[in-house]
Design a protein around this ligand. Structure first.
Ligand SMILES: [Zn+2]
Length: 141
């Protein structure tokens, strides 16, 4: 089913815990077939080159108290031996506190074995193409 952006992303400037530099934290709402599907938080750092740390949450969005949320994480950025940025699964949402929003934060190993992992990569690919702030950071476009 078709993914679309639910309005413009929210972009906030924050100071990086690691290097102290300012970075953009981009919150994006993704619809599938017109209904709420996923929320992503993407941290746009300059560490090993231009990196996007993308965390995606799936679950019920109609009910604030829903406890079925599950979070996936990846790093998109330069990797040795590839001319293009590549996505690598990582432990989800490590810099963020535990909350109902994040729900179950999957480790890298849990994510790769999770039935929704393909949906996660679909959302990541969608964001890299369609979310202008993220696309610009990763591809300098
Ligand atoms: Zn930093």
């Amino acid at each position: 089913m078709l993914l679309t952006l639910d309005g413009e992303s929210h972009v906030r400037q924050q100071a990086c815990d690691h290097c102290g530099a300012e970075y953009s934290l981009v919150t994006t709402y993704v619809l599938r077939g017109g209904t709420a599907f996923a929320v992503s938080k993407t941290a746009l750092h300059h560490h090993e080159g231009a990196e996007a740390w993308i965390d995606v949450v799936f679950g019920s969005w109609h009910d604030d108290a829903a406890e079925d949320h599950v979070a996936f994480g990846c790093r998109v950025g330069p990797v040795p031996g590839s001319p293009d940025p590549a996505a690598t699964a990582v432990d989800a949402a490590v810099p963020y506190g535990d909350s109902v929003f994040w729900g179950w934060k999957l480790s890298r190993a849990e994510a790769l074995g999770h039935p929704q992992v393909q949906e996660f990569w679909t959302v990541v690919d969608f964001l890299l193409v369609n979310e202008p702030t993220i696309a610009h950071h990763v591809y300098h476009q």
